[in-house]
Design a protein around this ligand. Structure first.
Ligand code: NAD
Ligand code: DAU
Length: 367
């Protein structure tokens, strides 16, 4: 039985991981620590907060006193560290919070884990969740990122994650802390905050709002269904070697424009198959006889926009026998179904801070 501290468990991947982990390991005890920033949604894990295996703590990973208390009180033996500022566009406008949370927050957790575990390091694990963006940009024909690829971050977000990865490595090399790191590609699925490409586009299509495609839409990302990411982290915690980095990806590269067009087609087909959707979403173009693709708008590109990411998954597949279970077409279908069935979840997020963000981005709210 483990006592696990999961940071950022009210965020997109963290919430999915909490569900996944408790389903697979119902005997474990989980402490979720989350500051409930704009992207932290307590509602996402509310049904689990009622269960006795899970304790939710509203707090900041930079608060050393709080972290020490949590380690002592709950006898934490495993950390799965998701908490971060995660949106590249926001990091370009306001980098400060990225430095504080992603670097200082990670260091606070590492320092506390070391102090707490120093006398009995056996069976302990600090797993750090990172991103493929630390490796920088790939040309169209460059080979995919391996774990040996040099770090070359190109946004404040990526630089802050790269710095946090380095601190994790240093705590292993210098102090012997049993760590592991995973660098994953773009995730999609339930509970993703609607500032990110896939949920933003799905919701905008349903609401009949413009679909802002950055630049010419030819940028390439490698997409992985979030539950597969959770399974990969599970495999690393179970059998991954300490001190090691594992890349995680979906072997699934697609250009942004092609992806947005696919989402449009998916929604048009859903409206065609289910008449009830038209009364729920009367502003969707399909209701008025137009294809959803008519909403696509090419907008000013993201500054420093990385052209392509791709992950070489050989290490995790050969060493840990990890392979994604959900193909892209099924994953997009599951994701659309989730957003259709959980309108209350995203409608509550669409006002307030998110609208302020769209105003900053596009000079107007997302109305
Ligand atoms: P998210 O923005 O949805 O969630 C982040 C969570 O961290 C939120 O619940 C937020 O409240 C919490 N948080 C932020 N600052 C905090 C602080 N100071 N103290 C405590 N909690 C704080 O992000 P996500 O997409 O779920 O990403 C989770 C992790 O996975 C991040 O480390 C990110 O770098 C990494 N990652 C994300 C992706 C992706 O595609 N989304 C891919 C690879 C890696
Ligand atoms: O690669 C892993 C990373 O994936 C994670 O580390 C980050 O936390 C996560 O946010 C994600 O970063 P991206 O910048 O790739 O994701 P985003 O959803 O913001 O954008 C995906 C692509 O779509 C990117 O090329 C920018 C483009 N885009 C995005 C938005 C929000 C658009 O064209 N229009 C948009 O409105």
């Amino acid at each position: 039985m483990r006592n696990i501290l999961i940071t950022g468990g009210a965020g997109f991947i963290g919430a999915n991981f909490v569900y996944y982990w408790l389903r697979e390991n119902p005997e474990d005890h989980i402490v979720v620590l989350d500051a409930l920033t704009y992207s932290g949604v307590k509602l996402s894990i509310e049904p689990l907060i009622q269960q006795e295996q899970l304790i939710f703590v509203h707090g900041d990973i930079c608060d050393k006193t709080l972290i020490i208390t949590l380690f002592e009180k709950h006898q934490i033996d495993t950390v799965v560290h998701f908490a971060a500022e995660s949106h590249v566009d926001r990091s370009i406008l306001t980098p400060d919070e990225f430095i504080r949370t992603n670097i200082q927050g990670t260091q606070t957790l590492l320092g506390t884990a070391l102090e707490s575990w120093r006398d009995n390091i056996e069976g302990k694990r600090f797993h750090h969740i990172s991103t493929d963006e630390v490796y920088g940009d790939l040309g169209l024909h460059d080979p995919a990122f391996t774990e040996q690829h040099p770090y070359a971050p190109r946004s404040p977000y990526a630089a802050s994650k790269a710095a946090s990865d380095m601190m994790v490595r240093v705590y292993n090399h210098t102090y012997g802390l049993p760590v592991s790191i995973s660098n994953c590609s773009n995730n999609y699925g339930p509970y993703q905050f609607p500032e990110k490409l896939i949920p933003l586009m799905l919701i905008n299509i349903l609401m009949g709002k413009p679909l802002p495609v950055y630049g010419d839409g030819s940028h390439i990302r490698d997409w992985l269904y979030v539950e597969d990411h959770c399974r990969a982290i599970g495999a690393i915690l179970e059998s991954g070697r300490t001190g090691e980095t594992y890349n995680i990806g979906g072997d699934n590269q697609i250009q942004n424009l092609e992806l947005v067009q696919e989402l449009c087609r998916l929604i048009d087909m859903s409206f065609d198959a289910d008449d009830a959707l038209a009364s729920r979403f009367p502003d969707c173009p399909y209701v008025h006889g137009n294809a959803s693709e008519s909403l696509i708008r090419f907008v000013k590109d993201r500054p420093g926009h990385d052209r392509r990411y791709a992950i070489n998954t050989k290490k995790i597949s050969t060493e840990l026998s990890f392979h994604p279970h959900v193909d892209f077409s099924s994953g997009l279908g599951l994701t659309l179904d989730w957003y259709l069935n959980n309108e209350t979840w995203w409608q509550t997020l669409m006002s307030g801070e998110l609208n302020d963000w769209f105003k900053t981005q596009y000079g107007q709210t997302n109305k």
